[in-house]
Design a protein around this ligand. Structure first.
Ligand SMILES: Nc1ncnc2c1ncn2[C@@H]1O[C@H](COP(=O)(O)OP(=O)(O)O)[C@@H](O)[C@H]1O
Ligand SMILES: [Mg+2]
Length: 267
């Protein structure tokens, strides 16, 4: 049997305050989660519950306090070289053109046809004619497309995405979601997708994992999304099965969102 692309094995993460080491906050505790190769898994949960923390541990940017991360069966030590990441915040270098941004990772690896590959990916995300524009000359949606090309041009076996489209308007967002699904469909990479948007999670995924509110957040529900593919994220929302799944998951998520909201007010 082949090992899953990504396994979180009982991971916890406790942050220790720099000013006062007696102050500790356990964001996530005993989280076990698998993403099979070719599987699209979303993690949903209230704001501040620990979604980014899980993703950062999967990327190897953050060391778990306890537990282990395995990548294709190997214990992760250091940065996860099999993964590409796309974060919520802008990640483009403002002093480089769109094309140079997409090329950067390939050039860094000494790939000879970096320019050609970067141009191909810019075309695939609909920005063929925009390679010479700087980030400030592009719309928010276009910058996200450049980020997407920048992540995918390196052909990672695991794609980690942290609320990548949350800053976009709904139409642009749905276009981008469909594009990601098309690309995923063609390449069938393992995806771990973080979102606080349940509609987005259901529309995109094979499986949705619900996290409890923090502290010590952990999975409290897991749902297999048996909607047919290919999907159009806007159309699939009206399917009766989508509505049923949404109701079932929201039943689990609702209370956690309320808890998370109260904690934010108290903080
Ligand atoms: N570097 C850090 N130091 C201290 N606390 C942190 C740090 N990073 C995250 N946290 C805390 O851990 C919790 C989970 O954060 P995060 O994973 O960013 O949540 P989410 O992505 O679900 O909104 C939050 O309460 C946050 O304040
Ligand atoms: Mg986050």
């Amino acid at each position: 049997m082949t090992a899953p692309a990504l396994t979180l094995d009982g991971v916890s993460c406790t942050f220790v305050s720099r000013d006062d080491p007696s102050q500790r906050y356990t964001a996530v505790r005993h989280v076990s989660l698998k993403v099979g190769s070719g599987e699209f898994v979303s993690v949903v949960g209230p704001t501040g519950c620990g979604k980014s923390t899980l993703l950062n541990m999967s990327a190897g940017l953050l060391l778990p306090s306890t537990g282990e991360v395995h990548v294709f069966g190997q214990k992760l030590a250091g940065i996860n070289g099999r993964a590409g990441y796309m974060f919520q915040a802008e990640s483009l270098m403002p002093w480089r053109t769109a094309l140079e941004n997409v090329m950067a990772g390939l050039s860094f690896r000494g790939i000879a046809d970096a320019r050609q590959q970067a141009e191909d990916w810019l075309k695939r995300v609909g920005l063929g004619g925009f390679g010479d524009r700087y980030p400030h000359q592009l719309s928010g949606g276009m910058r996200k497309r450049v980020s997407l090309a920048q992540t995918l041009v390196l052909d990672p076996d695991i794609i980690l995405m942290d609320e990548p489209f949350s800053a976009l308007d709904i139409q642009t967002r749905q276009l981008m979601e469909n594009e990601v699904l098309d690309i995923w469909n063609a390449k069938k990479k393992a995806v771990l997708f973080i979102t606080h948007d349940l509609d987005e999670a259901i529309a995109m995924s094979d499986r949705v994992v619900v996290l409890s509110a923090g502290p010590a957040s952990h999975p409290i529900g897991e749902f297999h999304i048996d909607l047919e593919r290919p999907r159009d994220v806007a159309e699939v929302r009206t399917a009766p099965r989508f509505v049923d799944l949404h109701k079932a998951i929201w039943d689990v998520l609702r209370e956690e969102v309320l808890k998370g909201y109260k904690q934010q007010l108290a903080a």
